[in-house]
Design a protein around this ligand. Structure first.
Ligand SMILES: NC(=O)c1ccc[n+]([C@@H]2O[C@H](COP(=O)([O-])OP(=O)(O)OC[C@H]3O[C@@H](n4cnc5c(N)ncnc54)[C@H](OP(=O)(O)O)[C@@H]3O)[C@@H](O)[C@H]2O)c1
Length: 325
């Protein structure tokens, strides 16, 4: 399989915190884009387009796809055609994956069993990043982090990460692994986009202080921060799918109005709303990468154009904040 010879020329790679790992500024998530609600051949075209554009990082979790695990299994079928050493593949465990008391949250039992199962589905002997997908209030943090440490020591994961850990649990996690000389928390994956700024309060400052990289998930608010829903809900959109009821519930008149006002600013800047939304996140050096989803190769191409974004003037930034308020 021949991939674009110039694939490393257009993408920008950013250091993940103070680690040695470089991530593409734009990464692709497998939740819906790979093994989601499109067929395998379509997902494959999205993956290959992404890789040709220099997207080397593909993000999964045990429960992505329909049924849960389908995203990893589909990517596992593609792996033999992809150069494994050029890829950063991540997976996570935290949400319900199998029945019974060991099928979710943050116990050592669940995390290690789940990672083993992900490796089998992905058909690899290690993932590059393995995450605790959510903070577990009932399991000692030492146990969850100890499981990540074990996976790294066993070579089943190269780096450890956490996702959606609010403070103080994020800073506690950093302190615990440091005190015990365990695998450092290399990356945090928070929910972060123009209309959801909670990560700015504690996650970004803690990440900067601790030298942890940040990859923003749902950077386009599942499509709200694109032109997708500005004039109604298209029948082929994620929100129109059977499982799209939560997304539909977020498409309120107020949020759509904000998206339309942001779209006016994006047009004034000569770019699409999707490009502006991603460029806005990436203007912060603490954000290592934006973790996009896409339902077509064209969406991936558009989103990577955020790298050619004009700089934000102080007036742009003020107008953007006003539109989001
Ligand atoms: N850690 C966690 O707890 C967590 C949770 C959720 C997600 N994630 C990660 O984040 C990844 C991305 O999530 P997401 O898919 O919700 O991200 P997103 O980038 O916010 O939304 C992607 C959706 O936006 C629309 N879109 C994307 N580019 C577009 C464009 N240029 N023009 C018009 N519409 C466009 C598409 O909707 P249509 O499908 O309607 O075309 C696409 O499916 C996931 O795959 C997963 O890896 C992590």
């Amino acid at each position: 399989m021949a991939f674009a010879a110039d694939r490393y020329e257009r993408m920008r790679y950013r250091r993940c915190g103070r680690s040695g790992l470089m991530l593409p500024a734009v990464s692709l998530g497998g939740w819906q884009a790979i093994g989601g609600y499109r067929d395998d051949e379509h997902s494959k075209r999205i993956v290959y387009t992404a890789f040709d554009l220099g997207i080397t990082h593909f993000d999964f979790a045990n429960n992505y796809g329909t049924p849960a695990g389908a995203s990893e299994a589909l990517f596992g079928r593609l792996i033999p055609e992809l150069p494994r050493e050029e890829l950063v593949i991540s997976s996570k465990a935290g949400y319900r994956m199998w029945p019974g008391p060991y099928g979710e949250w943050g116990s050592r039992k669940y995390l290690i069993e789940s990672c083993e199962a992900s490796l089998k589905r992905l058909r690899v002997d290690h993932v590059d990043i393995f995450y605790s997908h959510r903070f577990d209030p009932d399991t000692p943090l030492e146990e969850t982090l100890g499981a990540l440490e074990t996976l790294v020591r066993q070579g089943k994961a190269l780096y450890a990460g956490i996702s959606s850990y609010p403070d103080p649990h994020f800073s506690n996690a950093v302190d615990i692994v440091r005190a015990r000389s365990w695998a450092p928390i290399t990356i945090h994956q928070p929910y972060y986009h123009l209309l959801a700024r909670e990560a700015e309060r504690e996650v970004l400052p803690t990440a900067e202080r601790a030298g942890v990289g940040v990859i923003a998930f749902c950077p386009l608010a599942q499509g709200l921060l694109t032109d997708r829903y500005l004039a109604g809900i298209p029948t082929d959109s994620r929100a129109a799918q059977e499982g799209g009821s939560w997304l539909r519930s977020t498409l309120t008149p107020d949020r759509l109005d904000k998206a339309r006002r942001l779209d006016v600013i994006a047009k004034r800047r000569g770019q699409s709303l999707a490009e502006m939304s991603l460029a806005w996140l990436l203007k912060d050096p603490r954000v290592t990468s934006v973790l996009i989803g896409a339902s077509s190769p064209e969406q991936v191409r558009t989103n990577v154009r955020c790298l050619d974004s004009p700089p934000f003037s102080p007036a742009d930034l003020t107008d953007i904040d006003a539109a989001c308020a």
